[in-house]
Design a protein around this ligand. Structure first.
Ligand code: GLC
Ligand code: GLC
Length: 770
């Protein structure tokens, strides 16, 4: 049985994070007696609204407002499994007298190619086509020729009018805050031929005091089979027979209500995979709801279309998506499986990978290409996480092509081997991995030497070198090779397992020899073989990435280097707002380092708190048994904990942001680029798997918490491979350390691994920190 929990409430979206033109989907309410109008949707008109609030929930947005005794609430969501967005408007009369109201809807249609749409006006102003039939506006530009898809905009009420030409709706020289049609209270019934196709319905109704009216709008997308595009066949009239039943169904209040409940139920089921009850509310709020939610959003969108990226310049990242899997895999393993295979198919026969690929076509992004030398290693980590969560070893036999060798598919197992070989075949003078275009830090471009203004550091031709090496990739390789050795061993490939273990050891040795600076791990060697991230450098002496990654891979744990490196992080990189990416920040442009020094000090890769990397240090601290340090870092960037300083943080208090400005920037503590960041996945891993210590492993569930001393303990419920684990951890002596005794269903076990339980059973785990 799934344990069901009530879904968390929704939270306000800070208005500066809602761009004024948010999607161009508006509603207007008009008091037909006075002629006053206002907007109960995105972007209020210039009128002051009482209680205007935009709230974000799990897969929905709710905007509420009140004005002149009219209370309105608009709910936006996409029902599961549908290609349409519901807007449910509820309007209530809170005056003592009846009101005559108009509602106008408004959307601008995109002409299918966002780049072309924003640039090629000489063509686009002549292509627009629509149909209006039975109250539904169909946007069908280019449908007559090669497209089989169209958009529709429907309304549940009889229409008093409509518009499909933007200029008719807005009127000359007017903006969305003052559309002519709304001001006048009457639609123009325009039918767009060219120019800017747009959709607007006009609904009129009278509301008695205390009454509520519900109006449903649907904004949808539909594809017709090629041989059923027109009705009658041979005409240019859109065949509506297939989409109409869908529209009719979703225009009904019951369907919408049921669809919204299903969405909420699906979330409460997803979120019940892991629930925790800790002494810290910010931890509970993030772990139980918002962090996994963000992992889902990140998994779906990667770093693509969002408030911070228009979605037309890049695809979804290879390394990004592999890392997103780490935080997502337990939510929907079968989707994770599909993503893994998709990623493997964008790998190249060399073992390298397209840096990005288009989520719709699945094809690699040629403009960006390949050569980011860390990319393929992340696939090994993603697959390892999937195997631990599911035990589905059959995935290793799935034959997938390489992007540049479509007709010679190879089992996933071989893809992973090629990933590792890609690194071990590309070593530099110190036998550290060559960095290529860049490693995890896209902006550390050691072979780039760009002098042309505006040139993209990511795509410019690189100087061939064979010298620039990455200590970070060295650490990542050790981690990936160790994971793969375990996978190989389980497959009965003892020789492979031994081989990769030996390679991991060798690389760990090289990192210790050439990657250690005395008090921390170095970052890299540049094109001329000079060290980067060393006390020898004037700027950029210490970077966070190798400290986190090397310790996570186990390097230096046995010989004191790990603890020393973490102390350096604390002394040189830690701030009250989180851990900086590097210090001192670069104050001038370093030709030999690339984009990293193009950012003003304190921003982005040049010394901000680039949040994605912070959990690596949390994990590293937990691995060496420092519960207080690990949790302390966790709290510094926990968005919920930062709610108290919202005036500084200025981002949603439930979403991780990509970066928080460092002390070298004027706005230290100000967060930017929320939602689509690897921080989501890694933070969930850090808090749940390393601080709370609940980790899926190949042979069971690890319960190995490293708690802060202030905690008396916590409880958790984890669904894992069909069984439910009820975990209770006590910390009677308030130790910042790890568990000594584990009892499983009343029996003491050796170590901290809870063996796999049969599907359907419930296992009780009691742990005590001593
Ligand atoms: C961006 C990229 C990610 C990269 C990070 C650091 O978030 O999406 O791939 O690792 O920046 O440069
Ligand atoms: C820019 C950003 C970096 C990102 C890269 C790729 O370089 O600074 O964070 O990873 O673009 O999109």
């Amino acid at each position: 049985m799934l344990s069901r929990r009530p879904v968390a409430p929704d939270y306000p979206v800070p208005l500066h994070n809602v761009p004024a033109d948010y999607g161009g989907r508006y509603l207007y309410l008009r008091d037909n007696h006075s002629g006053e109008y206002w907007s109960p949707s995105w972007q209020p008109t210039q009128h002051d609204l009482d209680h205007y609030e935009c709230r974000h929930g799990l897969s929905y947005t709710r905007i509420s407002s009140a004005r002149l005794g009219v209370r309105a609430e608009t709910l936006y969501f996409v029902p599961l499994g549908e290609t349409l967005e519901v807007w449910r408007l509820r309007v209530r009369n809170e005056r003592g007298t009846p009101i005559d109201l108009s509602v106008f809807s408004s959307v601008e249609f995109c002409l299918w190619d966002a780049q072309d749409d924003a640039t090629n006006f000489q063509r686009n102003y002549s292509t627009g086509e629509v149909e209006v039939a039975d109250g539904v506006i169909y946007h069908k530009t280019e449908y007559r020729e090669r497209r089989n898809h169209f958009a529709y905009f429907a309304c549940s009420e009889p229409l008093a009018g409509f518009d499909t030409q933007r200029e008719e709706f807005l009127g000359a020289y007017r903006g969305w805050d003052r559309p002519l049609v709304v001001e006048r209270g009457e639609s123009a019934n325009s039918v767009a031929h060219g120019w800017a196709p747009h959709g607007s319905h006009h609904v009129r109704f009278r509301l008695a005091p205390g009454d509520t009216k519900e109006v449903i709008f649907l904004l949808g997308y539909w594809e017709n089979p090629d041989d059923q595009k027109f009705d009658p066949p041979g005409s240019a009239v859109l065949n509506k027979a297939l989409v109409r039943p869908v529209i009719d169904r979703w225009l009904r209040q019951e369907t919408v209500a049921a669809g919204f409940s299903r969405l909420r139920e699906s979330w409460s089921s997803l979120l019940s995979v892991l629930t925790v009850e800790t002494p810290d509310d910010d931890t509970n709020r993030m772990v139980n709801t918002w962090n996994p939610y963000q992992c889902m959003v990140t998994f779906n969108m990667s770093r693509s279309v969002s408030l911070f990226e228009s979605g037309i310049s890049r695809g979804i990242g290879f390394r990004d998506s592999c890392q997103d899997l780490l935080g997502f895999v337990q939510l929907a393993p079968s989707r994770a499986r599909g993503r893994i295979l998709e990623l493997a198919a964008t790998q190249l026969a060399s073992g390298g990978a397209y840096h990005q690929y288009q989520p719709l076509t699945k094809s690699g992004n040629d403009a960006i290409g390949s050569g980011f030398n860390d990319d393929p290693l992340w696939l090994v980590l993603g697959v390892a996480a999937y195997l631990k969560e599911t035990g589905d070893e059959a995935i290793l036999d799935e034959a997938m092509p390489y992007a540049d060798a479509q007709d010679s598919p190879a089992p996933l197992y071989e893809h992973l081997e090629r990933s590792l070989r890609y690194t071990s075949d590309r070593l530099g003078p110190h036998l550290l991995p060559l960095i290529g275009r860049a490693d995890w830090n896209d902006c550390l471009n050691l072979n780039c030497f760009s002098v042309a203004p505006g040139e993209s550091f990511q795509t410019t031709a690189n100087v061939t070198g064979g010298v620039a090496e990455s200590v970070f990739i060295g650490g990542l390789f050790v981690l990936a090779a160790t994971e793969f050795a375990q996978i190989a061993g389980r497959r009965g490939r003892a020789a492979d397992a031994a081989g990769y273990r030996a390679e991991a050891e060798k690389m760990a040795h090289v990192v210790t020899e050439h990657g250690w600076d005395g008090e921390w791990f170095r970052r890299a060697y540049d094109h001329a073989g000079r060290v980067v991230g060393s006390a020898e450098n004037a700027e950029g002496q210490i970077f966070i990435e190798p400290q986190g990654m090397c310790v996570m891979s186990g390097i230096g744990i046995g010989n004191g280097m790990a603890v020393r490196a973490l102390a350096s992080v604390r002394e040189r990189l830690a701030t009250s707002h989180g851990i900086l990416l590097l210090q001192p920040a670069y104050t001038r442009y370093h030709l030999e380092l690339g984009e990293i020094s193009s950012y003003p000090p304190g921003y982005k890769e040049n010394g901000s708190i680039f949040c994605h990397t912070n959990p690596w240090v949390m994990i590293a601290e937990a691995m060496v048994g420092h519960g207080d340090a690990a949790f302390g870092y966790y709290k510094r960037i926990n968005p919920s904990a930062r709610e108290e300083i919202s005036d500084v943080h200025r981002c949603e208090p439930y979403v991780y942001a990509q970066m928080i400005a460092g002390p070298d920037a004027p706005a230290h503590g100000e967060a930017k680029n929320s939602w689509l960041t690897g921080t989501a996945a890694w933070n969930l891993v850090a808090i749940t798997q390393w601080i709370l210590g609940i980790r899926a492993e190949m042979d069971g569930l690890r319960v190995d918490p490293v708690l802060p001393a202030a905690w008396a303990g916590f409880t958790a419920t984890r669904r894992f491979r069909g069984a439910t684990y009820q975990i209770s951890v006590r910390n009677p002596d308030r130790i910042s350390g790890r568990v000594a005794n584990l009892e499983v269903d009343g029996h003491l076990v050796n170590g901290t691994l809870v063996p796999l339980a049969p599907s359907g059973t419930t296992v009780h785990v009691e742990a005590v920190v001593r």
